[in-house]
Design a protein around this ligand. Structure first.
Ligand code: PMP
Length: 408
């Protein structure tokens, strides 16, 4: 793609110029966290050197500037997700906190004994444990949508699990452990036929593909800043307005109230502030806006297309490696390559390949039920981002072959 200027794009990421153990860094742990371009890094020094101030309450210039920049990100996220209204964008600490918000606010008031929440075998722990915690308190039942041998959701089983008892379907859009892209739009349509809501964990989708919450008809959608070329400490919950309006606050404090009185009780602010108690991560939110601006500048579709090229190339190359088995061979996948190697522990591969400058992740990827389902404790995972190159993929596969030779 002539318009995808990889060299120019890479030059925006200072970390990509560093070496690890004397070798040029090859960063293939993007599903855990992506690197940040200079424009995003600059937000922090600019914010703290020019307009560091608490937002919303101030009437002075710095507070106004900080508020405008913070609310600017809300507008940008609205566009990024194609939300109807910026008030439907709630800032959280990340995907994990966004899911906990829905569990503690919506779930705690809506889920009762006899109700069912459907999650999937592909879920990250952050979309399992909040429901388990709440189920212990509220007495509803959690059911699990199975996967087939390719790591694709079993849609026949999904249809048969849905019933009048289903109140919520909580699934990821893209699996962090396998890269499977789930048919969330179809899943939403089916859930809605039973009057159930759908919450989509978009942590691995937002960095890699165009997300349109209206087209999907998502009731809730969550993602994290640090996986979309932004900072840690910030994430987003999108929700349908009628749902958010009806939901009670889940944390109390400043910013989220209308009036507070000892005698008359307290009334709450409207959305989004009702769900944003306390001083938020202001610089991080502003930097998230800059990161999304960066993604839009490159083009979300262009990033998707390039990562598809990387994934295809890497899949073909690692398939030549003797004794290597890819986990996750669903027809629709995002840039994640998870694998195990006969006679070699994932941890050993991860440690040794780091010595060659290659960063991959090894372990259970916060998806223990899924890995147990496939009969493994750990996999190696290489995951791609906009700035990875085909040469890096080749160097990674060469390094992998070397490392396997060492441990066998
Ligand atoms: N869901 C998925 C699919 C993820 O990949 C991750 C991050 N690994 C999370 C949720 C949790 O995101 P965070 O840690 O940023 O809250």
């Amino acid at each position: 793609n002539a318009r995808y200027d990889l060299a120019a794009l890479r030059s925006e990421f200072p970390v990509l110029r560093r070496e690890v153990h004397g070798k040029p860094l090859i960063y293939l742990d993007n599903a855990a966290t992506s690197q940040t371009p200079q424009s995003v890094i600059d937000v922090f020094s600019d914010y703290y050197s020019r307009y560091n101030a608490n937002i919303h309450r101030g009437l002075h210039t710095l507070a106004d500037e900080a508020t405008a920049a913070f609310e600017g990100t809300r507008q940008r996220v609205k566009g990024f997700l194609n939300a109807e209204d910026a008030r439907q964008i709630i800032f959280t600490r990340g995907t994990t906190e966004a899911i906990n918000l829905v569990a503690q606010s919506w779930g705690r008031t809506q889920l009762n004994p006899g109700d069912e929440v459907l999650i999937s075998m592909l879920e990250h722990h952050s979309n399992i444990v909040p429901w388990q915690l709440l189920a212990a308190e509220r007495g509803f039942t959690i059911k699990v949508i199975p996967v087939d041998e390719r790591g694709a959701l079993d849609m026949v089983a999904y249809r048969s699990l849905l019933s009048e008892r289903t109140k919520l379907v909580a699934v990821n859009h893209v699996s962090n452990a396998l890269g499977t892209i789930n048919p969330v739009k179809e899943m939403a349509t089916l859930a809605h036929q039973y009057g159930a809501l759908i919450l989509i964990d978009g942590a691995q989708a937002a960095p890699h593909q165009r997300v349109d919450v209206q087209d999907i008809d998502a009731d809730f959608y969550a993602f994290s800043g640090h996986k979309v070329y932004g900072p840690t400490g910030v994430g987003v919950l999108y929700g349908k307005k009628a749902l958010l309006d009806a939901m009670p606050p889940w944390q109390g404090g400043g910013e989220m109230i209308d009036t507070v009185s000892f005698d008359a009780g307290t009334t709450y602010a409207d959305i989004p502030h009702k769900f944003e108690a306390g001083t938020p991560a202001i610089a991080e939110v502003i930097a998230l806006g800059r990161a999304l601006e960066w993604m839009e500048g490159v083009g979300v579709e262009a990033i998707s297309a390039w990562e598809g090229v990387l994934l295809d190339h890497a899949t073909q190359a690692v398939n030549q490696v003797d004794g290597l088995h890819i986990l996750g061979t669903a027809p629709h996948k995002a840039g994640v390559l998870s694998f195990v190697v006969d006679g070699a522990h994932a941890q050993d591969i991860g440690l040794l390949i780091d010595q060659l400058g290659v960063a991959i992740r090894t372990g259970h990827h916060c998806a223990q039920p899924l890995l147990h389902h496939f009969g493994v404790e750990a996999t190696c995972r290489a995951s791609f981002a906009a700035y990875n190159t085909l040469d890096e993929v080749d160097t990674f596969v060469t390094a992998l072959n070397r490392v396997i030779g060492m441990v066998r």
